[in-house]
Design a protein around this ligand. Structure first.
Ligand code: 13P
Ligand code: ZN
Length: 289
């Protein structure tokens, strides 16, 4: 550190010294300990800001172009920090350069080049189409400058996809009811898509359509995608949803599906929205008890 680029007067630093890289690595470490990342399960991506690219690009060496497997025209020439395919999130903190990489998307949004990381070889996550299409959808919507997409195999969320109807409104209502903070943390609700083959363009299209409308998207019998503008917020959203799913699993274990003695009612949610100045998903409110 301390070196200045003579052209831009920006500080030149090693990739691992950049704050966003440290935060990215830290998230991988924290979430591994939540138990959501058995083996190589789950992945993370971050759309790097221009000034952040400038500060580290001296370290880049560009590999050959490879197909993304979908088109992300609105991400043309942008850079992303992503986890590697087959990499275990538990190893990211100890060996970041072997388990994560920076990629650049080409001009027409169809190919990428690795320019840093994965030093023993490998590819970005197999869910790259979903990550990039979600990041593109968020960029188009430009809500809060969200730049992070995170996929995890959250145990209780997955369990619920076997017993609740795969309906976004019902899922959201059931999870909102489990803790008063839930509608505050995910007022737009949670989208649910039925089981699909992971790792490709079709599931990426389905997920990115949902991420425009909802705060998170559940993949039935697989896991969940969330987005955020900071690493803390992204982790916090996943953690809140999974915690409410855990409470619901406990309630169902005691009482069976849809047989609660009492719950947070539509009237309660409307009151909460008024006092907390929330815009709650109307379709969900309509079916609340
Ligand atoms: P990757 O190891 O390719 O990231 O795949 C893990 C995963 O969770 C697939 O859905
Ligand atoms: Zn997965």
């Amino acid at each position: 550190t301390g070196n200045l680029d003579p052209d831009t007067s920006l500080e030149i630093m090693k990739v691992l010294e950049a704050k966003f890289v440290k935060q990215f690595i830290n998230l991988c470490f924290e979430v591994y300990h939540k138990g959501w990342h058995e083996r190589n399960g789950g992945n993370l991506s971050y759309r790097i800001k221009k000034e952040e690219v400038e500060s580290i690009k001296e370290n880049f060496t560009y590999q050959e172009e490879r197909e993304i497997g979908t088109i992300v025209k609105d991400l043309s020439n942008e850079y992303f920090l992503v986890t590697g395919s087959g990499c275990y999130l538990m190893n990211v903190k100890e060996y970041p350069e072997e388990n994560i990489c920076i990629i650049k998307v080409n001009e027409d949004g169809t190919k990428y080049q690795i320019c840093w990381g994965l030093k023993n070889g490998g590819k970005p996550t197999s869910e790259l189409p979903s990550h990039l299409m979600n990041l593109e959808a968020i960029k188009r919507r430009s809500i809060n400058e969200k730049r992070i997409v995170y996929h995890m195999h959250a145990t209780n969320v997955i369990a619920l996809t076997f017993v609740l109807p795969l309906n976004s409104e019902i899922f959201t209502r059931e999870l909102w009811e489990m803790a008063t903070e839930c509608p505050v943390v995910f007022p737009r609700g949670i989208g649910v898509i039925p089981w699909m083959v992971p790792g490709g363009k079709d599931i990426a299209i389905a997920t990115s359509k949902m991420i425009e409308k909802y705060d998170a998207v559940i993949w039935a019998h697989h896991g969940m995608f969330v987005t955020g503008s900071t690493f803390d917020e992204t982790f916090g959203l996943a953690d809140t949803i999974e915690k409410s799913a855990e409470i619901l699993v406990k309630v169902i274990s005691m009482k069976g599906v849809f047989s609660k003695e009492q719950t947070i009612s539509r009237e309660n949610f409307i009151h909460l929205a008024k006092d907390f100045n929330l815009t709650l998903n109307e379709d969900v409110l309509k079916i609340c008890k």
